[in-house]
Design a protein around this ligand. Structure first.
Ligand SMILES: Cc1ncc(COP(=O)(O)O)c(C=O)c1O
Length: 465
C-alpha cells in the first residue's frame, strides 16, 4: 500500500483549476452544477489521494461522501477486473429479483452475510442508500399491517382502496424519526430527514412524529451525568410521541435512527440511549431500524457502529450503502415481505458490487484495517483535541469514534472558508450540520496520514487566527 500510494499532496493550481472550470461550464449547459467541487482524474488517483483534472493531488479525508472503503484504485480491486471469470458480472446487469446469476447466493454469503449484524441471516440488496431505506420502511409497514390483521390476507376493501390512495388499503401508519436525522431524499425517506431545509423544500410530506435527538456535551466522558439527563429527556419524548400518534390514528410502525447522526452534524448518543430506545420500540410494537448507510463499513473501528452498543439483538432492520458498495438492508426473519413484488425493483442492487465487496472484506481482514482505523482514529481525535486547545475561539466540540470524527468551527462562514483553504493546500474535507467539519477518510488512512493532515490543518487555522 505504501509503495502503491503517493507520498503526499501536490498542488499545481488553485482548486477548481482552469480545466475544472472549463468542464463545469460545459456540464452547466446540461445539468445544475451548483454542487460540483471540481472534476477528477480517477485513473491517476491512488489510495488516500484524489487527483483532479488540473493535476492537483489531494489527501482525501472526505472520500466521496464517505463511500470509498479502501482508497482509490486498490490493486486488489483492479485485479478482480482482470479475472475473465468476472467479466460477465460487469457486462450483464441482471434484473436480480427474477433472473439472478448462478453464483448469487454464494456471493451474498461470501460478502454481505459474512458481516451480517447479530441476529440477522437475511439481506435484501438495493441500489443506493435512499432506495434501501425506502424499501426498509415499506417492509416495516407490511409487517405492521399483517401483525394488526393477524394474518396476511388483505380484504377486498384493502385491495380496492389502496388503488385510490385511501384507507384501509393505504393505512395511516407512521415512522418516528429524529430531528437532525438524514435518511435520504426520496419521498418516504425525506419525511424522516430533518437535517437541512434545502433537502425538503417544496416536497409534500407525511404527518409523522419527529423526536429530539440528544444534544450532548463533548468530550462525552466528561459530561456523563448531564448527557444522561439529556438522553432521558429525549427518550421520554419518544414515548410521548408514540402514544400521541397512536391516539391520532397514525400508529408508529417503525423507529429509524442513525448510530451517529452524520449529515445532521455528527451528533453522538450513548450505548444506553440506543438500548433504551430499542426497548421502547419493542414495548410499543414498533420495528427498530438502524440506518448504517454512513456509519457502516468500519469507519468507527467496528464494522457496524451499532456493535459499540454491545447488544445481541440490536435492531430489526439495518440498512447500508456507501462503503458496502451496494445498497441494501438486513432484517430479522419476521420482516421478510410475505409476497413477491412487494419489495422489488428492476435491478435490486448489482451483483458485480458483491464481487468487489467480497474483495474489500478480504483486504479489511488481511490488513487488520479495523485495528488500523482504531489506531488512526485515536491519533486523529487526540490531534483535534490539541488543536481545539490551541484555537479555543475557533474550534470546539471535537468528537469521534474511530476515524469517524468531527469538530465545530465558530460559524458557518469560517467553516466553509477553512474547507476551501485546506483544499488549496491539498486536503479534502467535508462539512456537516450548521458549522461542523466531518472527517471521513478511507479505512487505509494510517497514522502518518493523520499527522500529514493535522500539519496542513494547523497551517490553515494559523492563517485564520
Ligand atoms: C445515514 C444516511 N442514510 C441515507 C443516506 C442516503 O443515501 P444515498 O445518498 O445513497 O441515497 C445517506 C447519504 O448520505 C446517509 O448518510
Amino acid at each position: 500500500q505504501v509503495e502503491f500510494e503517493y507520498d503526499g499532496p501536490s498542488m499545481k493550481t488553485q482548486v477548481p483549476g482552469p480545466r475544472s472550470q472549463e468542464l463545469t461550464k460545459q456540464l452547466g449547459d446540461i445539468q445544475n452544477v451548483g454542487a460540483v467541487h471540481f472534476f477528477c482524474n480517477y485513473e491517476e488517483s491512488r489510495g488516500n489521494y484524489l487527483v483532479d483534472v488540473d493535476g492537483n493531488r489531494m489527501l482525501d479525508v472526505y472520500t466521496q461522501i464517505s463511500s470509498i472503503p479502501i482508497g482509490y484504485n486498490h490493486p486488489a480491486l483492479l485485479k478482480l477486473m482482470t479475472n475473465p471469470n468476472n467479466l460477465s458480472a460487469f457486462v450483464n446487469r441482471p434484473a436480480l429479483g427474477i433472473l439472478p446469476p448462478e453464483n448469487f447466493p454464494d456471493k451474498l454469503t461470501e460478502s454481505l452475510l459474512s458481516v451480517a449484524p447479530s441476529g440477522m441471516t437475511r439481506v435484501q440488496t438495493m441500489a443506493c442508500g435512499s432506495c434501501s431505506n425506502e424499501n426498509a420502511y415499506k417492509a416495516m409497514f407490511i409487517w405492521y399491517r399483517n401483525k394488526e390483521r393477524g394474518h396476511n390476507t388483505p380484504s377486498d376493501e384493502d385491495l380496492s382502496s389502496c388503488m385510490i390512495n385511501q384507507g384501509p388499503g393505504c393505512p395511516d401508519l407512521s415512522i418516528l424519526s429524529f430531528m437532525g436525522g438524514f435518511h435520504g431524499r426520496t419521498m418516504g425517506c425525506l419525511a424522516t430527514t430533518h437535517s437541512k431545509a434545502i433537502h425538503k423544500l417544496d416536497v409534500p410530506s407525511f404527518d409523522w412524529p419527529i423526536a429530539p435527538f440528544p444534544k450532548l456535551q463533548y468530550p462525552l466522558e466528561e459530561f456523563t451525568r448531564e448527557n444522561a439527563q439529556e438522553e432521558a429527556r429525549c427518550l421520554e419524548e419518544v414515548e410521548d410521541l408514540i402514544v400521541k400518534w397512536r391516539q391520532k390514528g397514525k400508529p408508529v410502525a417503525g423507529i429509524v435512527i442513525e448510530p451517529i447522526q452524520a449529515e445532521g452534524g455528527d451528533n453522538h448518543a450513548s450505548p444506553d440511549f440506543f438500548k433504551n430506545l430499542r426497548n421502547i420500540a419493542r414495548k410499543h410494537g414498533c420495528a427498530f431500524h438502524v440506518d448504517e448507510v454512513q456509519t457502516g463499513g468500519g469507519a468507527t473501528g467496528k464494522f457496524w457502529a451499532h456493535e459499540h452498543w454491545g447488544m445481541d439483538d440490536p435492531a430489526d432492520i439495518v440498512s447500508f450503502s456507501k462503503k458496502l458498495l451496494t445498497g441494501g438492508y438486513y432484517h430479522r426473519d419476521e420482516l421478510q415481505a410475505d409476497k413477491p413484488y412487494r419489495i422489488f425493483n428492476t435491478w435490486m442492487g448489482d451483483p458485480s458490487k458483491n464481487l468487489f465487496l467480497a474483495e474489500v472484506l478480504n483486504v479489511i481482514r488481511r490488513e487488520n484495517l479495523l485495528e488500523e482505523v482504531t489506531r488512526s482514529g485515536k491519533a486523529l481525535l487526540h490531534g483535534l483535541y490539541e488543536l481545539q486547545a490551541q484555537y479555543p475561539g475557533l474550534l470546539s466540540r471535537a468528537r469521534g469514534q474511530g476515524t469517524f470524527c468531527a469538530i465545530d468551527i465558530r460559524d458557518d462562514a469560517t467553516r466553509n472558508s477553512i474547507i476551501l483553504k485546506a483544499r488549496d493546500k491539498g486536503v479534502l474535507l467535508g462539512g456537516c450540520g450548521e458549522r461542523s467539519i466531518r472527517f471521513r477518510p478511507a479505512l487505509v488512512f494510517k497514522e502518518y496520514h493523520v499527522h500529514l493532515f493535522l500539519n496542513i490543518f494547523n497551517d490553515v487555522l494559523a492563517q485564520l487566527k
